[in-house]
Design a binder for this molecule. Structure first.
Ligand code: SAM
Length: 270
């Protein structure tokens, strides 16, 4: 029996007295075909892989077959005996929280990719940290299907979609039905892969982009002129919008990452 059999997973949980914790998003993948597709899309072949939340190791096993190295970060220490049984010793286990783990402590690598089947409640914060770290050339995540759609959306954007477009090229790959997980979650999931662009080496201009993006999304119903004036003052806002050729009456959620980048560059010059 393999790790992709629900019966094996149930047996494993029973043997180790492991109970699935909903608040940690513990729905484990039991679909070999989905694992293979994620492994392929993730760019793990010959790369240094950082996986967040290995669970019982379903995805990790697939990754470890093709990667140069695999390091996993798991919050739930109760999974230690399970992972020691399911994973090869070459996989490095790290215990911690993706919301606080120092990503810059990962060893230097010319090809590091991040892979995760992220728990819903930490998705946005975890993704933002992964983007801002500048440590990864590709990030591939399995998230709730609605969230995946939101991440790649090009109109009525959310702040995370704007950030994804700024840092990467997000692509919606495929849907994974709820029945491919154990225990079965309430909704379907989907896989999104993001090839990262190199980070702007100028930390100040990167910080200005973040500040501008947050200002634009602080009040979604207001015009960009109003949200930017509240943060930077009316004359700086007007000058930046003019130089960036952005309509002052637009809403923040209508602006592309390129437009926000132009506004923040203009604000830098003030
Ligand atoms: N990758 C496995 C799979 O696909 O079968 C498990 C995915 S499960 C949806 C999410 C995993 O993330 C669980 O193992 C959970 O304990 C872990 N996790 C939850 N919150 C976390 C956090 N803040 N930091 C690191 N891991 C976390």
């Amino acid at each position: 029996m393999s790790i992709y059999d629900t019966a094996y997973l149930k047996g494993l949980a029973e043997r180790f007295g492991f109970t699935f914790e909903k608040s940690f998003g513990q729905n484990f993948l039991t679909d070999t075909a989905a694992v293979e597709r994620i492994v392929e899309a993730s760019g793990a072949l010959g790369a240094d892989v950082f996986e967040i939340g290995p669970g019982a190791g379903a995805l990790t096993l697939g990754l470890s077959r093709v990667a140069r190295s695999v390091r996993v970060l798991e919050l739930d220490r109760r999974l230690e005996p399970v992972l020691k049984e399911t994973l090869p010793p070459s996989v490095e286990l790290t215990w911690g929280d993706i919301l606080t783990f120092p990503l810059d402590s990962l060893p230097k690598s010319d090809r590091r990719v991040a892979v995760s089947n992220l728990p819903y409640n930490v998705t946005t914060k975890a993704l933002t940290r992964l983007f801002e770290s500048g440590m990864f050339s590709r990030i591939t995540v399995t998230v709730q299907k609605e969230y995946a759609r939101k991440l790649v959306q090009k109109e009525n954007r959310s702040l995370i979609a704007l950030l994804a477009e700024h840092y990467a090229e997000p692509k919606y790959l495929f849907t994974i039905p709820a029945g491919s997980f154990y225990p079965r979650p309430g909704v379907d999931s989907a896989v999104v892969t993001m090839a990262l662009k190199p980070l702007d080496p100028d930390k100040e201009s990167e910080a200005m982009f973040i500040r501008t993006a947050h200002a634009l999304y602080a009040s979604r119903r207001k015009t960009v002129r109003n949200t930017l004036s509240a943060e930077f003052g009316a004359s700086a806002a007007d000058a930046a919008l003019k130089s960036a050729e952005v309509d002052p009456a637009a809403r923040g959620e209508d602006l592309s990452a390129r437009e926000v980048e132009r506004i923040s560059s203009a604000l830098m010059l003030k």
